[in-house]
Design a protein around this ligand. Sequence first.
Ligand code: SF4
Length: 429
Amino acid sequence: MNAHDSEKVVGTLLARGYREVPTPEEADLVLYNTCSIRDKAEQKVFTRLQNFKREAGKGKVFAVLGCVAQQEGERIFERAPHVSLVAGSASYTRLPEMLVQLEEGNRRVTGLSLDTDETFDTPFTRRDNPHRAYITIIEGCDKSCAYCVVPFTRGPERSRTGESVLAEARRLAESGYTEIQLLGQNVNSYRDPSPAAWDFATLLARTAEVPGIRRVRYTTSHPRDFIKAIVDAMDSNPVLCNHVHLPVQSGSNRVLGAMQRLYTREQYLERIAWIKNARRKMALTTDIIVGFPGETEADFEETLTLLDEVQYDSLFSFKYSPRPNTAALAMEDKIPDAEKARRLMVLNEKQRAIQIRRNAEFIGSLEEVLVEGHNPATGQWIGRTSQNRTLNFTHPPNGGASLVGRYLNVRVTRSGPNSLAGESAANVM
Ligand code: SF4
């Protein structure tokens, strides 16, 4: 979401006549978009701002955007006095107005209100990728997971109208985009604010019908709001990629309760069963936090048994990191960092073995990939399957023409823990 916010901010600046330069050294205005989901990311912001300080005397203007801006607010001006603009994502609709204030020489401009029902819906988005585009469908979050800063930094849930999402998808298809990724902190709680009142499953199905769009993905899901109609929609239209990212965070009901995740292991597994029982073979990925306050060895073991049971295709794992304002901050039974690191290692080793096994099952199969790049060092092309697997492949010499953005059938010949390798079937589509 941050990457896409940056695309919208850059587009807004370009529309006002700004020009993008390759390095911060060449810029008159430096905007730093930030993440505070983990403590380490936040520390990096202040180190980077410190490095920028040397440049401040040269008339450069500095801005801090995103979650650290929202969380630290005007304290950023104290820690980094050379910063002139501090704005959280819930205030980006005011960005043009804030830019005017900066241009007028105002040295302290803020956009920190979370009190909004607007989304940052701009026609000016400047996109980084010419084939795959993000579309935000919902911003903010109304859940209150005990470890998470998002409700404090991105504000309450606000959905865009289904018609404005489809209009953006049509514009993208007309300009050559073939893959769309619908974005939101919790896409499953999407609710069209227009009288049509589409839910997420309906929006998914309608987006998949936009002519020219060949792939639709979405991220991220909350298991509590993940309903069977979503799987049914995916099952009935192959344009909807066969991959579900369903963050579980822990396999222990005790820890899930403490995390205020609003579902049990059993309810989560019920959703996994819907996905596994679909006619199309869907890839499953998740997020896991180890070392949440009070997580015992037995709780952690339950997370490991969940991995055995689900057999994820991939996962993102994190050591719990205390964040400001969150309920977990006040919880007893902190886990030492060395123990968190041990659990993370055990988890990742188990998952690596699962991935080696699961990826090996693809050897011999024919997969359609969207070509994303070329690696000159290996001579291989880099593709992505509908299941979101990276598939590196060789292709017969074609006079140096780029395949990027094309859809190809690739025969899988080898596999590793994190990717597949193969040879193109050479019939460019
Ligand atoms: S659902 Fe929970 S983890 Fe996800 S953004 Fe909302 S509060 Fe954070």
